[in-house]
Design a protein around this ligand. Structure first.
Ligand code: SAM
Length: 326
């Protein structure tokens, strides 16, 4: 059995949000004050493991833990160990802001985590505070050192550039990443902020980032993108590579193979979907694995051709990025 939509896209990538809580308050993601999901609605480690197992039996081969901030889950190591011990275990990765990684990097690697993306939009402490509303740059940098020491590979850096905030930092971020052997990926800012204040003007488009980096580096496109969200370029003949996820200006929906599970147990076939399928209620009322698999199949079958950002009738989803899982 496969998770296949009406456009023939086969889904092999599951993003699992572990919590809507976060240790930062990035302005493009979360407001200072949030109404959190009720604790009893959050899937337990055992429930997550069971749902991921159902998804793996349906052809999911890659799982990425995200949030909110996954490191805020006290049972994170149980979740990682549980998923990595599933039969035919998926390639297990995590996206994190890095706060707490200094302590957790090695135990996570030992529990079965294979790859990691750490979000870092700036290496300047004042700009970090402005973007995240928290003075935690040193914690993130210590976390990055720790994952490198723990042997996780590759280590990717996710950076969102905002007009007038950190748009002059593309080259500095690339130098930082190259210096440490990390792969940098820029993400165009998407309309997923809780304040719903996104406009096209805030984003720094891929074309501008490439032009800026091209002033100091020779960038050669890397072929064979497949289903990856990031287009990649070799920097100065390599081995360094830089990627850009141009979800707004150069959407890649036709190759999308991703499905998302929220921390409270809803399945979404797109970041921008206005509908979600409830898995938690059946899960907690005796559904069999076949029943749950049916919900996965049904959800993916209704996936739209694309996210429709920029079209007249585009509507931002009710949940912000932090509650969907980025
Ligand atoms: N807390 C973790 C972290 O910071 O990586 C995981 C969750 S966070 C939502 C995942 C990624 O989504 C981060 O790299 C973050 O920068 C990105 N992100 C959040 N809101 C975004 C938005 N509106 N547009 C583009 N990327 C966004």
């Amino acid at each position: 059995m496969q998770l296949i939509d009406s456009f023939g896209r086969v889904h092999t990538d599951l993003r699992v949000s572990l919590t809507d809580r976060c240790s930062l308050r990035c302005t493009y993601c979360m407001p200072e004050q949030m109404t959190w999901l009720k604790p009893e609605t959050l899937l337990t480690a055992a429930e997550i493991e069971r749902l991921v197992g159902v998804a793996v039996a349906l052809g999911i081969t890659r799982v990425r833990l995200t949030g909110g901030e996954p490191l805020m889950r006290r049972d994170l190591l149980d979740i990682v160990a549980g998923i990595s011990h599933l039969p035919g275990p998926p390639d297990l990765a995590m996206t994190t802001n890095g706060i707490g990684l200094e302590r957790m990097a090695r135990p996570l690697a030992e529990a079965g985590l294979r790859r990691i993306n750490v979000s870092l939009d700036t290496t300047d402490p004042d700009t970090f505070l402005r973007i995240t509303r928290r003075n935690r740059l040193d914690d993130v940098l210590a976390g990055l050192d720790a994952v490198a020491e723990a042997g996780l590979n590759p280590i990717k850096i996710n950076a969102v550039l905002q007009r007038g905030v950190n748009d002059a930092e593309a080259a500095d971020l690339l130098a930082f990443a190259i210096d440490r052997g990390f792969e940098l990926r820029f993400i165009e800012q998407m309309p997923l902020d809780a304040a719903k204040s996104w406009t096209r003007e805030v984003i720094v488009p891929a074309s501008e980032i490439i032009a800026e980096l091209g002033r100091t580096h020779r960038l050669t496109p890397v072929d064979g993108r497949g289903h990856a969200p990031a287009a990649r370029w070799l920097v100065d003949s390599g081995p360094a590579v830089v990627g850009i996820i141009a979800a707004v200006t150069e959407p890649f929906c036709s190759a999308c193979d991703r499905v998302r599970l929220t921390a409270d147990g809803y399945l979404r076939n797109c970041l921008f979907s206005l509908e979600e399928q409830d898995l938690r209620t059946p899960l907690r009322s005796g559904a069999t694995d076949d029943d749950l698999a049916e919900i996965f199949i049904e959800c993916v079958s209704h996936k739209k051709a694309g996210h429709e950002i920029g079209q007249r009738d585009f509507r931002q989803p009710a949940r912000p990025m932090s509650a969907i899982g980025g």
